[in-house]
Write a protein that binds this ligand. Structure first.
Ligand SMILES: Nc1ncnc2c1ncn2[C@@H]1O[C@H](COP(=O)(O)OP(=O)(O)OP(=O)(O)O)[C@@H](O)[C@H]1O
Length: 241
């Protein structure tokens, strides 16, 4: 569920697995999801290698790509790959030669609800066990072909496994991102009141407008901090501009 600390939980799971001496493959469909997780791990002092195209990798984790480290000889690269415990790569990047002989104890896949089954299988084949992290109420895999969609390609492995093995799901329900008004909307539209606020501070949080200039009364209504949710007719704003 949104803002419930999935990333935060993954960071702590990686740290716990490292304490047990395990090796971990971190993966997702997008470079941005992996880098978001890796940046948090970096802040916690976790060592890792990031595999990916230099320009696709976030500048803050580029230093962890082998192309930018001082490791230069083939033997040095082999040793570094054998020793490193955490590797981050996209699902489609797992066919990189650096991973040709690498096996991991655990694969953690983020955004798993958005990844098609065949794409999920590549990274999972490199590990003994896996954890899928996601929310199948958020975006499903994007499938453009009508035939592929009709044949079930839009159903992720995450969805299939959570339907088949509900006892294996660990649902995070306390969220730390939305005030109660916004959360109620999510709850009534999607989550059936399963989502709750992680603290009173989150539940009562308000955005305050600090601008001093006069604003149109319609904008005032939108900027009113006591109205957490407001539906605005954007046609009006186009005319207003
Ligand atoms: N146990 C916690 N206590 C306090 N704050 C938390 C806790 N867990 C997460 N947070 C905060 O809640 C926010 C959302 O956390 P996080 O990004 O990990 O959620 P997420 O489930 O990955 O979100 P998304 O819906 O984007 O996938 C962050 O600001 C994080 O610091």
């Amino acid at each position: 569920m949104p803002g419930t600390g999935k990333t935060y939980t993954m960071v702590h799971a990686v740290k716990s697995l490292l304490m047990r001496g395990e090796s971990i493959l971190l993966t997702s469909y997008t470079n941005s999801a992996i880098d978001n997780l890796l940046m948090k791990l970096k802040a916690e002092g976790v060592d890792f290698i990031r595999i990916g195209r230099h320009e696709a990798v976030h500048p803050d984790v580029r230093a962890n790509c082998l192309s930018t480290t001082e490791v230069q000889s083939v033997d040095a690269i082999k040793t570094r790959m054998e020793q490193v415990q955490v590797v981050g790569v996209t699902c489609l990047g797992v066919y990189h030669p650096l991973l040709a002989h690498k096996k991991f104890d655990t694969c953690i896949m983020d955004e798993a609800g958005q990844i098609t089954l065949p794409v999920s299988l590549g990274p999972l084949m490199l590990a003994t066990k896996f954890v899928l992290v996601g929310d199948h109420y958020q975006l499903p895999p994007l499938i453009q072909s009508f035939e592929a969609r009709e044949s079930g390609m839009g159903i992720s492995l995450f969805w299939r496994l959570s339907e088949a093995h509900p006892q294996a799901i660990s649902a995070l329900r306390c969220q730390y991102r939305m005030s109660s008004g916004i959360m109620e909307l999510s709850n009534s539209l999607i989550y059936g009141n399963r989502l709750c606020c992680g603290s009173l501070e989150i539940a009562n949080a308000k955005l305050k407008f600090s601008g001093k200039q006069q604003v149109h009364f319609k904008f005032k209504e939108i900027l009113n901090p006591n109205r957490a949710v407001i539906f605005a007719n954007t046609g009006f704003f186009i005319k207003f501009n």
